[in-house]
Design a binder for this molecule. Structure first.
Ligand code: HT7
Ligand code: ZN
Length: 876
């Protein structure tokens, strides 16, 4: 596979104004007729360039230019491109291709899922449907006619508005759709199936009624309510917060079972992985409800940030993804608890994105090169990209940021643009210079801030020195300091928020108690005046930048911040740092090593705290994950970390047994099932208490779990009890619950996926022989990405002690599965490799075996470009 470089970007030599499509859908394949109105691009210097169209796995049946059929010698078929030389200034090209959606296991282009036809065109799937300049800066107006058997495929959908429909011979029918907005080919969509439709209406801010429709298989008809409500909330929020009104008359969502990612923002016709739309109290957990709301919002927000204003090329992917993740995360914060949402975002960043940024696939938010673009739908592009936009928001403040986004949408409506255009709009609207800030898009790696301080009691001056460095990453060394917004506060001994007076001459009374310092140099020293005592610093409040902070906190300071910091995020962060410190201090220590009593006391206080936001309490009670502890360690010994974390958890649970029982009962009963932050927090607290009680083999806890499992009226509680039993030593109860659960939900694919996950993630029920048995289970399906993720992905990504078995069997297993999947679904195979790519991080015994598993994948015959790129970059 060849490497594509941003520096080689050239404007397209030809533009396509209109694209007329006619699909004839049959059981043994599909015939695609396309008519393109093409003209030379006046902005291109390649005046006599041939017309070059991308194509992949297509059978060309016919091609004609301005009505004249072309013979084989009139064009060149290079295998991945159709090249026609000597074309006029403007012309009409008609092409007919034959494709086989029923054999498409890659799930790119047009394919079949549970008997329905559907598409996935981002990033380069449209070329698997017909020949086209398949790049986002070629935007055309589409008209799409779909023809299919009426009884098997009564519903025929595409982008835009339906303009014509009717019956054809042989029991067939057609519908024609017209999308008035020019769009890149990656936003094209088609669906044909036997689906039911759930309808609603949304009245926009200007008074237009929008027809909202969710299409699902008939058995899922009652599971669309939450997605529909989420959609309406998203539409209203985008009007209120960004002034963005929906632009077509119809907005449709379709649920499909086989899907490589979560969902896709096709213009007017979003296609969703069923697991990201369908929900009912009995079958979806609170986490699933929240995820559905966030993904529905994300895809809807793309209508402006991605569709109306799109990307010039795929190096600019974060232009739409980073901005849209920022938008959906602000939306979720507004719908629930902003502090909890911030904790969740920061946890993902610090656990997984920082690991990516420190590994062999590290890349900037705007990469400079790639081999296979689908490997770049990464945490860096999405989550770090969102943090970059968030920092602009922090630096400009909400009003200027809104001015900037208004300018961006107005200036670039209907265009394909760059991340630089986005930053420029922010600069022009605010008058701020973001030149140095642009380094966030160019430099990979997580900046490290090393903080030190001293206090001068004579002068009442507190000095804070912050040094930054950006680590080397593949292909990038000697990096420049970045522009970092650093929010902080200082606390007095009573927990009071102290005034932050940066100028000795200022009036202390008017000084704020929180500031955002702007770091631009390798080192800064800030002086705070008028302080009668040495303060405790509360650093990087709200996680104001995606950086690592190193400061020599004492355990005493952390305990203090945990209960006094006015910033909820930093309260949680102090608790995490304390727990990390305690766990790290006993890694490799004997079983009876003493455990910090202040950690136990802090948890005791939390368990009894009914004043603090219970959603925050629920978060604060979660110990740092194994994945995070591994990320923080150099040369981690996974088994030792696993043992240490377990030991701390058991010690806390044993010491606080009665408090856990009390917490369980306090948060149980009273009131029916609701999806509100308060009741979600209550369920989270009681299920945490249950999990901990079962970790210490508490018999009362076991009885509560069995009872809750049997009597639960919602999936969060049923799954909470199941998970606790599965992770306990009560083998008989575990087997009974697993069997009962499967029996009850075997006809629901999304619940069966949860059933697979709860086992694959468990160090009790998810050892390798059990994982292999799950692959042989009748409900497992090698063609379904969700099933693959729920067994293989969860095992390698979450069941870390089992995956990193010192005998290397976990690595060999993963290599086998990657090789198997590489032939059928290379995108999924490439994603599954990720845990192995981190081989250099681990202690030598582990890393040697991970390395050899990677080499075995590398040597597989006919390796896909997707897996090739990940494996080769990891081995370099
Ligand atoms: N923009 C969508 C990306 C996507 C995708 C990318 C590669 C392969 C399959 C895919 N399905 C969806 C999703 C989003 O970020 O909204
Ligand atoms: Zn997106």
């Amino acid at each position: 596979p060849k490497t594509i470089h941003l520096s080689e970007y050239r404007v397209p030599a030809h533009l396509v104004d209109t694209m007329d499509l006619r699909f004839e859908l049959f059981d043994n394949g599909a015939r695609v007729h396309s008519t393109l109105r093409v003209r030379r691009n006046p902005e291109s210097s390649e005046v006599s360039a041939p017309l070059t169209l991308d194509g992949d796995s297509l059978k060309l049946e016919h091609v004609a230019l301005d009505g004249k059929e072309l013979a084989a010698g009139d064009y060149e078929d290079t295998g991945d491109q159709l090249v026609i030389a000597g074309v006029p200034e403007q012309f009409e090209l008609a092409v007919v291709t034959w494709i086989e959606p029923q054999n498409n296991t890659r799930l790119e282009g047009l394919y079949k899922s549970s008997g329905m036809f559907c598409t996935q065109c981002e990033a380069e799937g449209f070329r698997c449907i017909t020949y086209f300049p398949d790049r986002p800066d070629v935007m055309a107006r589409y008209r799409t006619r779909i023809e299919a058997d009426k009884s098997s495929y009564p519903v025929l959908l595409s982008n835009g508005n339906p303009v014509e429909q009717g019956d054809l011979e042989n029991g067939r029918h057609f519908v024609t759709w017209e999308d008035p907005f020019p769009k890149p080919s990656y936003l094209f969509a088609l669906v044909a199936g036997d689906l039911v439709e759930k309808r609603d209406t949304f009245t926009t801010c200007s008074g237009r009624d929008i027809d909202l429709r969710i299409y699902v298989e008939p058995r899922n008809a009652e599971k669309c309510g939450h997605a529909m409500d989420s959609l309406k909330r998203s539409m209203r929020w985008d009007e209120e917060v960004y002034g963005r009104e929906y632009d077509l008359d119809i907005f449709m969502i379709v649920a499909v079972d086989d899907f490589n990612m979560g969902a896709m923002e096709n213009k007017g016709l979003n296609i969703f992985n069923s697991s990201c739309v369908l929900a009912s109290q009995e079958t979806a957990t609170d986490l699933a409800y929240q995820r559905i709301e966030a993904i529905v919002a994300h895809e809807y927000f793309h209508n402006w940030s991605g569709n109306r204003v799109t990307c010039r090329d795929w190096f600019q992917l974060s232009l739409k993804e980073g901005f849209t993740v920022f938008r959906d995360s602000t939306f979720s914060a507004d719908m629930g608890s902003p502090t909890v949402k911030r904790i969740e975002d920061a946890t993902l960043l610090r656990t997984a994105q920082f690991a990516e940024d420190a590994g062999p696939m590290a890349h900037p938010v705007r990469p400079a090169s790639y081999m296979e673009i689908s490997n770049f739908y990464t945490l860096t592009i999405y989550e770090k990209g969102a943090e970059v936009v968030r920092m602009i928001h922090t630096l400009l403040g909400p009003d200027l940021f809104r001015k900037g986004s208004d300018l961006y949408f107005e200036r670039h409506d209907g265009q394909a643009v760059t991340t630089d255009d986005f930053v420029k709009a922010m600069e022009d609207a605010s008058g701020r210079d973001l030149t140095q800030f642009r380094l966030w898009y160019e430099q990979a790696g997580t900046p490290v801030l090393t903080v030190s301080d001293d206090y001068d009691p004579e002068q009442g001056v507190y000095r804070l020195t912050i040094q930054q460095s950006v680590p080397d990453t593949p292909g990038q060394t000697n990096k420049k300091p970045q522009h970092i917004p650093f929010a902080l506060g200082l606390l007095g001994t009573e927990g009071d928020a102290l005034p932050l007076q940066l100028d000795a001459a200022d009036d202390i009374g008017s000084a704020p108690t929180e500031r955002v310092l702007e770091l631009t140099d390798a080192s800064h020293t800030f002086e705070f005046y008028g302080l009668a005592e040495r303060p405790v610093p509360s650093l990087l409040r709200h996680f104001s930048a995606p950086v690592r902070v190193e400061y020599p906190w004492s355990r005493e300071q952390l305990v203090f911040l945990m209960s006094h910091d006015p910033d909820g995020f930093n309260r949680w962060d102090a608790g995490q740092r304390l727990a990390v410190d305690v766990i790290q201090s006993i890694v490799g220590a004997p079983e009876d090593a003493g455990i910090e009593p202040r950690l136990v006391e802090a948890y005791r206080t939390l368990l009894g705290d009914s004043v603090l936001d219970q959603a925050l309490v629920a978060k604060m009670l979660q110990l740092p994950s194994e994945a995070y502890l591994i990320e923080l360690a150099s040369s981690p010994d996974v088994a030792a970390i696993h043992r240490a974390r377990d030991q701390v958890l058991r010690h806390i649970a044993t010491s606080l047994r009665d408090e856990l029982i009390a917490c369980y009962h306090r948060n149980t009963g009273a009131g029916g099932y609701e999806i509100t932050p308060e009741s979600i927090a209550r369920r989270s607290l009681r299920n945490t208490a249950l999990a901990w009680l079962l970790m210490i083999n508490d018999e009362a806890g076991r009885d509560l779990a069995v009872q809750q499992f049997q009597e639960a009226d919602n999936m969060t509680d049923r799954m909470g009890a199941l998970r606790a039993l599965v992770n306990s030593d009560y083998a008989a109860e575990r087997s009974r619950a697993l069997a009962d659960f499967y029996e009850r939900f075997q006809d629901d694919p999304q619940v069966v996926e949860q059933w697979f996950s709860v086992q694959s993630s468990s160090d009790r029920a998810g050892q390798l022989p059990q994982i292999k048995a799950l692959l042989d289970h009748p409900a497992f399906d090698w063609k379904n990405p969700n099933k693959i993720r729920s067994v293989i992905g969860v095992f390698a990504g979450q069941n870390l002690a089992a995956f990193h078995n010192p005998d290397g069997s976990g690595y060999e297993f993963l290599a086998d599965q990657v090789c198997r999947l590489d032939d059928s679904n290379p995108q999924i195979a490439a994603r599954l490799v990720t845990p192995l790519t981190r081989w250099q991080k681990f202690a030598p015994a582990y890393s040697a075996m991970m390395h050899s598993a990677l080499k075995r994948i590398r040597d597989k015959a006919g390796l896909s470009a997707d897996v090739y790129e990940v494996v080769h970059k990891s081995l370099e």
